[in-house]
Design a binder for this molecule. Structure first.
Ligand code: TYM
Length: 334
C-alpha cells in the first residue's frame, strides 16, 4: 500500500446475516474502490454489543461477515480486513472524541432515537455515544472516503463536525471525510413495507433478502413483495414498492430502469417479479457456493484477520501518537 493513495474506510456490524441492502448499499462500493484506493474494511463488533447479543452467535457471525466480504469479491491482498475490537486505537480515539462531543447533538441522532425507543434496556450509554465510536473508526485512519448507505449519512456529518472541532482546538490533524453513497441503492427498502429500510435485524424475515437465504425462499419473498394496485408498470417515487424492485434488478443485472420499463410496459407485475426472482436467486446461489468454500478454511480466515490487523495498526498507531501528543498526554521516551 503506497502512502499517497486516498484512504477508504468502512465497517459493517455483525448483528445478523447480511442482506442484499448491505451488499448493494455499501459492500458493492467497497469492491469497486479496492482497485484504486488504500482500503480498510472492518467488522464492527464493538458497535454490535450496544444491543444485547448471544456471545457464541456473535463470534460465529463475525467470521461469517469476513467470509461474506470475500465471497462478494473483497480481496485480502488489496484490502485490510479487520475486526474492530482487535485494534484498540479505535477505542483510544473514541475516548478523546467523547470529550468534544456535545450531548445535544448526540441526542438528535435518528438512529439512537429509533433504537432506544424500541425498548428501555437499549437506552445505554454506549448506544448514545455509538456515533462517536463510528467517528473514531473513520478518523483514526484519516480516511478520505467512507462508502455507506444513506442511513449512515447523519453519523458522517457528526464525524465531519468532530474532525473540524478537533482541528480547530488542537491544530490541523484530521482530513474531513466524504461519504460515498450510490444514488440508486442508497436505501434498499423492505419487501413488506416500502417506506421502511430493508434491515438485517427486521423481525419479519420475509421483509429482507439475506445473502444466506435458501434460493427458493428468495424467489418466494420476491413473488410476495408488496407493490401497489395501480396496474401501471412505471419507475416513479409514487410507486415505491415497484421502484424498489426495479432498483434491485438494475443493480444486479446492470440494465437501466428505462429499459426495464420499456420491456414490461402494459404487462403485469407478476412477470417482472418472476424475472427478478431468477436474477437475484442466481446471484445468491453463486455467492453461497463461494461463501461455503471460504468458510471451510478457518486457519486461512484467522490469518487474514491477523494480517488485516497488522496493516490497520500500522496506519492507526501513528495517528494515535499524534493525537495523544496534541491533547497533552505524557509519552515516555519521546
Ligand atoms: P450496518 O451494519 O447497519 O450496515 C452496513 C452498511 O450497509 C448499509 N445498509 C444499507 N444500504 C442500503 N440499503 C439498505 N437497506 C441498507 N441497510 C444497510 C449501511 O448504510 C452501512 O453502510 N454504523 C454502521 C457500521 C459502522 C461504520 C463505521 C460504517 C461502524 N463504524 C465507520 C462506516 C464507517 C452500521 O451500523 O452499519
Amino acid at each position: 500500500m503506497t502512502e499517497n493513495k486516498k484512504v477508504v474506510l468502512s465497517l459493517v456490524q455483525p448483528t445478523g446475516d447480511l442482506t442484499i441492502g448491505n451488499y448493494l448499499g455499501a459492500i458493492q462500493n467497497f469492491i469497486k474502490l479496492q482497485e484504486k484506493y488504500e482500503c480498510y474494511i472492518g467488522i464492527a463488533d464493538l458497535h454490535s454489543i450496544t444491543v444485547p447479543q448471544v456471545p457464541a452467535e456473535l463470534r460465529r457471525r463475525t467470521k461469517s461477515v469476513l467470509a461474506t466480504y470475500m465471497a462478494l469479491g473483497l480481496d485480502p491482498e488489496k484490502v485490510a480486513l479487520f475486526v474492530q475490537s482487535h485494534n484498540l486505537d479505535h477505542l483510544k480515539l473514541y475516548w478523546v472524541l467523547n470529550t468534544i462531543s456535545y450531548m445535544g447533538q448526540l441526542s438528535r441522532m435518528t438512529q439512537f432515537k429509533e433504537k432506544s425507543e424500541k425498548n428501555e434496556e437499549n437506552k445505554n450509554a454506549a448506544l448514545f455515544t455509538y456515533p462517536v465510536l463510528m467517528a473514531a473508526d473513520i478518523l483514526v485512519y484519516n480516511a478520505d472516503f467512507v462508502p455507506v448507505g444513506i442511513d449512515q449519512k447523519q453519523h458522517l456529518e457528526l464525524t465531519r463536525d468532530l474532525a473540524i472541532r478537533f482541528n480547530s482546538r488542537y491544530s490541523d490533524t484530521f482530513k474531513i471525510p466524504e461519504p460515498i453513497i450510490n444514488e440508486s441503492t442508497r436505501k434498499i427498502m423492505s419487501l413488506k413495507n416500502p417506506e421502511k429500510k430493508m434491515s438485517k435485524s427486521d423481525e419479519d424475515k420475509s421483509a429482507s433478502i439475506f445473502l444466506l437465504d435458501d434460493p427458493k425462499s428468495v424467489k418466494k419473498k420476491i413473488m410476495s413483495a408488496v407493490t401497489d394496485s395501480f396496474m401501471n408498470f412505471a419507475y416513479t417515487e409514487d410507486q415505491p414498492g415497484l421502484k424498489n424492485l426495479i432498483d434491485i434488478h438494475c443493480s444486479f443485472s446492470g440494465e437501466s430502469p428505462e429499459s426495464i420499463v420499456e420491456r414490461y410496459k402494459g404487462r403485469g407485475y407478476g412477470e417482472f417479479k418472476k424475472e427478478l426472482a431468477e436474477v437475484v436467486s442466481t446471484f445468491i446461489e453463486e455467492f453461497q457456493e463461494k461463501y461455503n468454500e471460504i468458510l471451510k478454511d478457518d486457519d486461512r480466515l484467522e490469518k487474514i484477520l491477523e494480517e488485516g490487523l497488522q496493516k490497520s495498526l500500522r496506519k492507526t498507531r501513528r495517528m494515535m501518537d499524534k493525537v495523544y501528543r496534541k491533547v497533552g498526554f505524557l509519552q515516555l521516551g519521546k
